[in-house]
Ligand binder design. Structure first.
Ligand code: MN
Length: 147
């Protein structure tokens, strides 16, 4: 089962995202500010993070920076969710270590497209890793066998 963490300080927005995600079969986790989001990531190891930009304690830019600085968390796909409508914000966000971007109000189709894009990319990586460690002996195992 795929776990998605919603980091969002607005309860109505959290509820909207939860409904859209649960309809599509995802397990939904919630955090109400940036600090709680980081804590929840460590605790629950979600497959993807939907990250509001405007949040108390730590905003979305600070959260994604801390995620990328932490080797245990750095590979987590992070999608910015923001109501900022000013020109240039999309570019700023996509240049700030986010993997994707959704503008509020989030519509079901855009959300589905971002999740499919980012989670299938991850699945492809899993498949290639499985193939690499499949029935063929790896170089390391071979070397060990040959002494
Ligand atoms: Mn907010």
């Amino acid at each position: 089962m795929t776990k998605v963490l919603i980091a969002e300080d607005n309860a109505v927005n959290r509820e909207l995202l939860r409904e859209l995600l649960e309809t599509r079969g995802y397990i939904v986790l919630e955090a109400c500010d940036g600090q709680e989001a980081l804590h929840m990531i460590e605790l629950t190891q979600p497959d993807l993070l939907l990250l509001d930009i405007g949040m108390p304690v730590l905003d979305g830019f600070a959260v994604v920076r801390k995620i990328r600085e932490n080797p245990r968390l750095a590979a987590l796909p992070v999608v910015a969710v923001t109501a900022y409508a000013m020109q240039g914000d999309r570019e700023k966000i996509l240049n700030s270590q986010f993997d994707g971007y959704l503008s509020k109000p989030v519509n079901s189709r855009s959300l589905a497209e971002e999740l499919d894009r980012l989670l299938s990319k991850r699945a492809d990586q899993d498949v290639s890793q499985n193939q690499a460690s499949g029935s063929q002996p790896s170089g390391k195992a071979q070397a060990a066998r040959e002494g």
